[in-house]
Design a protein around this ligand. Sequence first.
Ligand SMILES: [Zn+2]
Length: 281
Amino acid sequence: MIQNPIIIEVAKDTYILNLMGLQSPALMVGTERALLLDTGLGNFDMMSIVRRITDKPVMLVLSHAHSDHMGGIGQFQEVYLHPADIPAAQAFDADRLIHEDDHTPTQQEFVARAASEFRAKPENIFAIPGTIVEDTFPSRRFIPLQPDEIIDLGGRQVQILEERGHTAGEIAVLDFQSRILFSGDGISPLFSITAADIQTVRDDLIHIRAHASDFDRIYHGHSGAFDPTMLCSDSISLLDAILKILDDAIDGTDPGQPVSETLRTRSYGGVQLYWNHPKES
Ligand SMILES: [Zn+2]
């Protein structure tokens, strides 16, 4: 199992665990407990990585129930997430062995292989080497988060904001202390909306936009972007570009380019947005 991601303290007591450029789970440490947002593919020993930073109890929150964000839930007895994503998380086999190689790759090998497999076939991103964490808690509890719920970590609070669209129950975490919005696979330069209509997505994003005075930086769930050492944050302009695309699609100003009968896309302001477009009958 791989144990050496690049850990970056992006603000006081606020860390991003750059999993070789593939995913970037976040860790926020309060005086009472820590909040871990996402666990990556499951080929990193997240618990020992977290224990290098803090010995406080850890609350695991999932941005959404996709396997590249919850692969490591095998190490956690309790998992907090949006209720609409609980069925997908329950169906997920935390103990699955994706692929086993006879040697653990170096960071360089890992990134090169993952990047080339991803370019060849995006779904192959899951077929990368490394031993997957064992499921230590088969009777795990999935605990629903409420929209706008405030979570107190002791001396610092974070807020759960609904960000539906990429999945039925994606959430973002707003950290008031670091003034960072952790946006999962929602607000990001490559945002694919397949699980909600664009009006619902827009409503959620307008609600997040109303909190703009509480954050300066946005880190999405893949902020490492295929580079194990780099980490990029975005600003509110990323959210505004997404809103502009949605507004134009809703009012017909720019309906986007068809990708298939049911999928449309548009590139604007550094964002490539994909969305489901119901077939006209
Ligand atoms: Zn996803």
